[in-house]
Design a protein around this ligand. Structure first.
Ligand SMILES: [Mn+2]
Length: 399
């Protein structure tokens, strides 16, 4: 598995449950090397066995690698995979076995990060077609409208039992994550309010994240730092404090970079450059504390004539995050020389366009190197492909 501790802070794209040709091309055109997937909903071609299967994960890893991309993280599994664990219900032992095997399979398939949450009732919004800047469509939440919602499950759960359920799970899953070198990254409850639908939302404030990480101090345990949720919780200054505290401990494994206007009892998701927080300051803070994970857009506004995936909104957000990181790289360059070089990407076959650039560059090797688009493409090519010959990663081949 790739050693992600040697990679520099960078931008990724994902929030997809299928690696379509179009998505992989989009990632390449954005100039990225890392892709993440979100399996909150399984894709139609993935058999629902109640866990992530090795061959499915290997196939995904290979598909990304064949385009010179790293499948750097899988975020989420369907809630039904571990709802009994979260609620402490009968049948949780079987779900635990499945989740443990899912972690093993992620490790076996070379996928280094598993993003997870502990929200059995899911993400809540009270408005899904909220108009924002220029008529773009976003979403919003008002606690006043949600607080009288009926129970999501059989009864009202209390905070202590939710903590006991969380501890039970962590005590049993983290040793597996350690053995298989898979980082588990905890996402906040969204929205971060005390209780919805009768189920307490544990990960809603700084103190509870601190408690979770202190009680389970594994090196494989950290945060999917959802900037949007931290902004919902604490606004601009609170985001910086949390980024500094957890980032300095190496506990932030990756960042969801989006923002909102307002606080957790009344907010609207917005364009990334008009929210509570200053994204440049946040990335600068992350650099200062040595964060070297990836940043990814999360939810984005649906722009005019946008696709269902939100290509326009995502291109805007990703371009903005990339530009802010470029600016931070100028004012606060990476200090660790180990992180400066682009890391090799596992590639079975380079895309034709890049191969052509490589051969034309070879012919003119006597001419001095120039900083050009071609030179950049060359830099992105792997120096030592992790997988040689192109056959080792193919589905069904014994490795
Ligand atoms: Mn998020």
């Amino acid at each position: 598995m790739i050693d992600i501790t040697k990679l520099p802070m960078r931008v990724a794209i994902g929030q997809v449950n299928e690696l379509t040709e179009e998505f992989l091309t989009f990632a390449k055109q954005l100039g990225l090397q890392d892709v993440q997937m979100n399996l909150y909903n399984l894709p139609p071609d993935m058999k629902d066995t109640g866990r992530l299967e090795f061959h499915d994960l290997l196939k995904l890893h290979s598909r990304a690698a064949e385009r010179g991309l790293r499948l750097i993280a899988i975020e989420n599994v369907p809630i039904r995979f571990y709802d009994k664990i979260m609620l402490g219900q009968a049948g949780r032992e079987q779900q635990l076995e499945n989740m443990q095997e899912s972690i093993r399979n992620l490790g076996r398939a070379g996928i280094p990060i598993f993003g997870y949450h502990f929200i059995s009732t899911g993400v809540w919004r009270t408005g899904w077609d909220t108009p924002i800047r220029g008529g773009a469509i976003s979403n919003s939440f008002k606690l006043e409208l949600a607080k009288h919602a009926p129970l999501s499950y059989d009864r009202i759960y209390d905070e202590d039992e939710m903590w006991a359920n969380y501890d039970w799970y962590m005590q049993r899953i983290l040793p597996v994550a350690e053995e298989y070198n898979v980082r588990m990254a905890l996402h906040p409850d969204d929205p971060p309010v005390p209780i919805l639908g009768g189920v307490p939302r544990l990960f809603r404030n700084f103190a509870n994240f601190k408690r979770a990480l202190e009680r389970h101090p594994s090196r494989m345990h950290g945060l999917d730092f959802c900037h949007g949720c931290w902004s919902e919780m604490r606004g601009g200054a609170g985001v910086l404090e949390a980024a500094e505290y957890f980032g300095a401990q190496g506990r932030i494994f990756y960042v969801h970079m989006r923002d909102v206007k307002g606080g957790c009892d009344d907010f609207t998701e917005c364009y990334i450059n008009e929210g509570n927080s200053n994204i440049f300051k946040v990335i600068l803070k992350l650099r200062e504390v040595g964060f070297n994970g990836f940043m990814i857009d999360d939810h984005v506004p649906h722009m005019v004539n946008d696709s269902s995936y939100g290509h326009r909104g995502r291109a805007h957000a990703t371009g903005y995050i990339t530009a802010m990181l470029d600016a931070v790289n100028v004012v606060s360059p990476i200090k660790d020389p180990m992180l400066v070089q682009p890391a090799p990407v596992a590639v079975a076959a380079a895309p034709k366009a890049i191969s052509a650039k490589k051969s034309s560059a070879k012919k003119s090797k006597d001419t001095p190197p120039k900083f050009s688009v071609n030179a950049k493409a060359m830099k992105e090519l792997p120096t030592e492909p992790m997988i040689k010959g192109g056959g080792r990663l193919r589905f069904g081949v014994k490795i």
